[in-house]
Design a binder for this molecule. Structure first.
Ligand SMILES: [Zn+2]
Length: 164
């Protein structure tokens, strides 16, 4: 099932862990709608701007899968409202900054960044139908702090937007 121009449902539900544990990670109609929204408002603009294919590492998670991952039941992944991903050739810090400046989302979290390695970790982003807060957080050792790390010279500058 196609969710948007470049994204399919199977990309937003697949999970190595689910496969290994024979968990059927199948969203219901409401959760599929949320995934469609996420693809349209977040993934497609990122795909268009950076011009490279995106392979989501974790989108929808049924409760069984989410618990197996050690995530809380309140995770937005369980609603189909969140996705984790990276993109090839762009540091996660750079990606997070571009998203923060250009997209409507509820929460954007830079997970497990490293000062000297812009590609460390990944970006988590969630969005919902209404009331998106545009909140940015960064994981720091034992918890989350508000905001994103400053872009440093070690991280590349924003890639030029693709002409579309
Ligand atoms: Zn996540």
């Amino acid at each position: 099932m196609r969710l948007s121009d470049h994204f399919y449902l199977h990309e937003m539900t697949r999970s190595q862990l689910a496969t290994r544990h024979q968990i059927v990670n199948q969203p219901n109609a409401t959760q599929i709608d949320a995934l469609r929204h996420l693809c349209r408002d977040v993934m497609e603009p990122v795909r268009r701007h950076f011009g490279v294919p995106i392979v989501p590492s974790s989108g929808f998670r049924c409760l069984t899968l989410n618990r197996l991952l050690g995530s809380q039941d309140t995770s937005k992944h369980c609603l189909g409202e969140a996705v984790d991903f990276e993109i090839i050739g762009v540091s996660n810090i750079c990606l997070a900054h571009w998203m923060a400046q250009n997209l409507v989302f509820d929460q954007l979290i830079l997970e497990y960044p490293q000062v000297d390695d812009g590609r460390a970790g990944w970006v988590h982003v969630s969005c919902r139908g209404a009331g998106n807060r545009g909140q940015c957080l960064t994981w720091r050792q034992n918890g989350y702090i508000g905001g994103l790390p400053k872009l440093k010279r070690v991280h590349e500058k924003f890639p030029t937007a693709q002409k579309t």
